[in-house]
Design a protein around this ligand. Structure first.
Ligand code: GCO
Ligand code: MG
Length: 412
């Protein structure tokens, strides 16, 4: 099982995706997701110029050895570009191994630890009424856990608010909940932390009054707060019993979470922009978080994220793998196989892809009664239709950024 072809495929059906496709000498193929939202072409270059030439002739069975070789031989370690590239190779090799064994990848990881994966969706609205409609529409789609984001009075547009969060999003035909926008420059948004901190608890109070105490609710602060502001928010949301509060601080400074923890029992989720176990070392050891938000795509693949999650399990910390639309169907499949196999699964983020994306990537997962399952096809269960993908060339797109009222750039 020698790797004899490696291709990097860039396609933009509803948004940009980068996929690595490996082919072995006996004709098995494997896919890996390498999509890094807004910086896609950096990973394409890393893969095409520096990784693909190293893969040809290697034994496709040697997943761990290939991972260690790519990580250590580069000398320059970690970082989103490097780790997304290594992740793609790792996923593609697990896909191939599954096909060689005639088994879905979750079987190779130890088999299913549960029947399906509880998933949460993104409800949002500029106003409370719009938000309620969006929550209802998500419940109709089967979601049993819901992330809640709303507009803040006085702010024009903020992270997480779809321009139409109900019907079109439900049909999967629009990408208005997708923060990256096509164009030559990133969009500018505005931000006011005090207004946000005043407003959010009133929204959760209204949602609990309308939808009751049972529904698991989540919220994403998207890295915008200082530790003391994060502590304040966690405390003010305690009465509404959140499943988790996500990315309260930028968290490059892991120690900052100590202060947040001292003040609130609201569960914390962090890590969608982390790349290795080192980014989690302190927050896991000191039990400063409750959920690991890494995506397989951005954290070195199935092999590395499993190590992070096994480490987290020692502290009763669970998975909450990142699953926005910028994780391709291949990356989502990898998350589902891993989530099904590990013991400390928590919840899976799941935003539906658009119809064009679903044609480019043929998938075999199921979504029933609020639960995902990766299916039982050998490997990851996703195939890439190259004729379809070829119809959609790369389009420049950027994530937005924030400015405060006085013009200062703020975390987005
Ligand atoms: C989430 C995330 C995303 C990111 C996006 C950036 O919790 O799903 O915060 O919406 O903003 O993935 O590329
Ligand atoms: Mg997030």
């Amino acid at each position: 099982m020698i790797i004899d072809r490696a291709e990097v495929v860039v396609t933009s059906p509803d948004r940009n995706f980068v996929t690595l496709k490996l082919t072995t000498d006996d004709g098995l193929t494997g896919l890996g997701d390498a999509t890094l939202n807004g910086r896609e072409m950096a990973v394409v270059a890393y893969l095409a110029d520096h990784v693909v030439p190293l893969l040809i002739g290697r034994d496709a069975h040697r997943i761990e050895d290939t991972w260690q070789f790519l990580y250590r031989s580069a000398y320059w370690r970690r970082g989103p570009v490097t780790m997304a590239a290594i992740a793609a190779v790792d996923m593609a090799l697990w896909d191939i191994k599954g096909k060689a064994a005639g088994m879905p990848v979750y079987q190779l990881l130890g088999g299913a630890s549960r029947n399906g994966l509880l998933a949460y969706g993104h409800a949002s609205g500029k106003t409370t009424d719009e938000l309620f409609d969006s929550i209802r529409s998500h419940q109709e789609q089967g979601y049993r856990a819901i992330r809640v984001q709303t507009g803040v009075p006085g702010l024009k547009s903020i992270y997480g608010i779809a321009s139409n969060a109900t019907y079109e999003a439900m049909e999967g035909v629009r990408y208005d909940h997708e923060p990256a926008q096509r164009g030559a420059l990133p969009a500018e948004e505005d931000w006011d932390t005090r207004a946000y901190l005043r407003h959010v608890p009133t929204v959760f109070e209204a949602v609990r009054n309308e939808f009751g105490s049972e529904l698991p609710l989540l919220h994403d602060a998207h890295h915008r707060l200082t530790p003391i502001q994060a502590a304040q928010l966690g405390k003010s949301l305690e009465p509404y019993d959140l499943f988790w509060l996500e990315d309260v601080t930028p968290a490059e400074n892991q120690e900052a979470l100590r202060l947040v923890r001292q003040h609130t029992t609201t569960p914390l989720a962090i890590g969608e922009i982390f790349n290795t176990v080192w980014d989690y070392q302190q927050i896991i050891r000191e039990q400063l978080i409750d959920y690991v938000r890494s995506a397989v795509t951005h954290t070195g693949g199935i092999s590395h994220l499993k190590k992070v999650l096994d480490y987290a399990a020692q502290y009763q910390i669970k998975s909450g793998m990142h699953g926005p639309t910028d994780i391709s169907p291949v990356g989502m499949a990898a998350a589902m196989h891993l989530g099904l196999a590990i013991h400390n699964f928590g919840i899976q983020e799941y935003m539906r892809h658009g119809a064009k994306t679903d044609q480019v990537f043929q998938q075999s997962f199921t979504w029933e009664n609020g639960f995902l399952h990766p299916g039982n096809n050998p490997g990851l269960g996703v195939e890439l239709d190259l004729d379809e993908s070829g119809k959609y060339p790369y389009v420049q797109a950027y994530l937005p950024f924030n400015r405060l009222a006085d013009g200062t750039v703020h975390d987005w």
